[in-house]
Write a new protein. Structure first.
Ligand SMILES: [Fe+2]
Length: 253
């Protein structure tokens, strides 16, 4: 059995509020009796993609577990690479940031679904080729992660900026039976749906929580008072993933 913590949409913006919410989640996860086998962070680390925001994020997102982080639509690849990943100059900072983590027989393939300068998502040719190679070489279960959700989830403003051309991802996923689930962020609400015959889990947002049109008339429909959340995914030995959503306790004010 493996347990993967899933954190998303931290949106560090230089404010004390955003840092405090991230810090609460990191501190909570870091203090669990565990074991926690890995942490997956599915994008929107910095709200404006500045180096200063990534410096703050770099200082906050320090887990005592193997950690893998991908960009979201609010992120900037060159600054993400330089500050969060510690990459020196000389590489093409604008290329997709695709990363893999292997832990206890599990492969976590984290794809960069961001499009520089845009809010909707897409997996470019290089990313799809990279994912295909990862899946072809995997010898155990695989979790595929990215920022953007590939299907509508009932929140129109963020469904309008979901993953474009999802059929290309679907073809890759359907060709590789080792994939257990798709783990995403972007929506800022714990939610589950289905894509390519696989479970899709949307992580709670650290920065805020998105509401359904049936719940609010606000635009965008974001609740900034609800507490930050995260998820714990349990991969059982029979290859099933069970996802548990958590919200942080309210602060004593
Ligand atoms: Fe976000």
């Amino acid at each position: 059995m493996l347990t993967i913590a899933h954190v998303s949409d931290v949106h560090i913006d230089g404010s004390a509020r955003s840092a405090e919410r991230a810090e609460r989640v990191v501190r909570h996860l870091s203090g669990l009796p565990g074991p926690i086998d890995a942490v997956l962070v599915t994008g929107d680390i910095a709200d404006h993609g500045t180096a200063e925001e990534y410096e703050i994020a770099h200082g906050l997102l320090r887990f005592p577990y193997p950690t893998i982080i991908c960009p979201g639509n609010h992120d900037s690849r060159p600054e993400f690479r330089k500050v969060l990943l510690g990459e020196a100059g000389g590489t093409d900072g604008s290329a997709a940031i695709n990363q893999v983590l292997r832990v206890g027989g599990l492969t976590v393939a984290l794809c960069d679904s961001s499009i520089p300068g845009r809010d909707d998502g897409h997996l470019d040719e290089e990313t799809l080729r990279w994912l295909t190679e990862i899946l072809a070489s995997a010898t155990g279960p695989v979790l595929v992660g990215m920022h953007h959700q590939p299907v509508p989830v009932g929140v129109p403003y963020v469904d309008d900026i979901r993953l474009r051309e999802p059929e290309r991802l679907e073809a890759v996923l359907r060709a590789h039976p080792r994939v257990v689930a798709l783990l995403v962020g972007h929506v800022h609400t714990p939610a589950s749906t289905v894509f390519a015959g696989l479970p899709v889990y949307v992580a709670p947002g650290v920065a805020s929580t998105a509401l359904l049109p049936q719940e609010t008339t606000a635009h965008p429909p974001l609740d900034f008072d609800l507490p930050p959340g995260f998820a714990l995914h349990v991969l059982s030995d029979d290859g099933r993933l069970t996802s548990h959503a958590r919200v942080m306790p309210a602060l004593d004010m």
